[in-house]
Each structure stands twice: as C-alpha cells, then as structure tokens.
Design a protein around this ligand. Structure first.
Ligand SMILES: *[C@@H]1O[C@H](CO)[C@@H](O)[C@H](O)[C@H]1NC(C)=O
Ligand SMILES: *[C@@H]1O[C@H](CO)[C@@H](O)[C@H](O)[C@H]1NC(C)=O
Length: 215
C-alpha cells in the first residue's frame, strides 16, 4: 500500500476505552467495558472493531504528536516484513529482548534492556529489531489478532508482557528510537489517576488480603 494514498485517511480507527463520559464523535467509536474486566478484555473488544490493515495502540493518557511520525511507522510496516513497531514516550523508548536463563530443570525469563535490541533494521536507521516494546505501537491487525490478548484474570495485570511472550517466534517486532507520543500524567481527576497508576503500600496491603477472584 502506498503511504500517501487517500485510503490512509481511514487507516486508523480511534478507540477510547475505559474512559468516563462519552467520546463518541465523527471518526471516533467509543466502547465501554464493565469496570475491572482487565485491560486485555478491553483491547480484544477494540481490536475486534478494527477493519483496517494496521492499528495503533496506546493508553488513554497518551497523545499522538508530530514526533510520533505515524507516516513513517506505516511505511515501515509496508516496506518490511515486520508486524509491529513500537514508539517511545517522550525520549524514553525502553525496548527489550528476552533471554531464557537456567538449566534443564530450572528456567526463568529475563528482559534485557541493555541494549534492548538485536540489530538495526537494514535501510531504516534508528529502528531496531527486538522482542518487546512499550504499550504504544503500530501493528498488523491480522497478525496481532492471531496472537491475541489473553484476558485470563491471572494475566490481566501483566498482560503487556504476556502478549510479547506469546508473540515470540510469531511476530517480528521493532522499535523506532525517534518516534514518541506525549504522556499526559494527570487526567481529569488527578487524584484518581495517581491512585490507580501508583497504588500506595496501604492499597497493596489491602490487595494481599483479597480472596482469589476465580476458583
Ligand atoms: C539448575 O539450577 C538450579 C537453580 O540454580 C539448581 O538448584 C539445580 O541444581 C541446577 N540443576 C542442574 C542439573 O544443574
Ligand atoms: C474518582 O474516584 C472516586 C472514588 O474515590 C469515584 O467516586 C469517582 O467516580 C472517580 N472519578 C472518576 C472520573 O473516575
């Protein structure tokens, strides 16, 4: 597909999930999930509504700017055999590779943030092949759907890693070192934002006393 074709205008379906109030408007479809279903259940709902070749995912406290370089991300996926390309927050990219450590009987997976990539993608200076990126990426719709976002309650809070671990050997992942979104830390109810984003020790202690959420 040509990055400059008029079809590109309709390439991105805008989705706003989990937000209070209604954001329904032209070019925006807003779906609400019941509270506390885990963000992967919501992501699957969002993805099920995408009919375009690619989709862009980011959290609802992020803003696409000129620095995101969306055109470049689209032409990167068009011109290479990569399925997903990640974007940084301001100047933080944080790509990682995964490494299995251990022996025959004991094994663990570690994320290697240094250098966090295997190599630069030929012909695309500043874009690197790796295993996992931040929660901000452009991906091929069908390939990402095939991996899926597992909404199992046990994985709901660690879904981000779960997706990239499931994608090992299935999705070719890269990260763009000069593409970034703006991160708006705050939101309409700043108290609530920090409460959920950085639960304090008292909140964590409360969680530890909870009953299992499924049997
Ligand atoms: C494998 O690693 C574990 C953890 O370090 C160790 O307890 C175990 O003895 C090792 N097994 C073998 C066969 O080396
Ligand atoms: C903020 O949190 C309070 C409970 O502390 C809740 O009643 C209120 O609905 C929340 N507001 C939003 C917009 O989520």
């Amino acid at each position: 597909m040509d990055a400059t074709s008029p079809n590109r205008k309709s390439l991105f379906l805008n989705l706003v999930l989990f937000a209070a109030g209604s954001f329904q408007s032209s070019n925006v479809d807003h779906y609400r999930m019941p509270a506390y279903k885990g963000y992967f259940a919501g992501r699957n709902l969002g993805l099920s509504q995408v009919w375009t070749e690619y989709f862009f995912y980011m959290d609802d406290d992020m803003v696409i700017t000129e620095t995101t370089k969306m055109d470049l991300l689209v032409s990167f996926l068009d011109k290479t055999n990569f399925h997903l390309v990640g974007v940084g927050i301001q100047d933080r990219l944080s790509p990682t590779t995964y490494l299995a450590l251990g022996n025959k009987t004991h094994r663990c997976i570690v994320q290697k943030p240094d250098p966090g990539y295997y190599s630069e993608v030929r012909g695309f200076p500043g874009i690197y092949a790796n295993d996992a990126v931040l929660n901000i990426f452009l991906a091929s719709t069908n390939e990402a759907k095939a991996v899926g976002f597992d909404p199992h309650p046990l994985l709901a809070r660690i879904g981000h890693n779960e997706f990239f671990l499931s994608a090992l050997g299935r999705l070719r992942v890269a990260a763009c070192s000069f593409c970034a979104v703006h991160h708006v830390r705050g939101g309409p109810v700043p108290g609530n934002y920090s409460r959920y984003r950085k639960p304090d020790k008292r909140f964590k202690a409360k969680l530890e006393k909870l009953q299992p959420i499924y049997a």
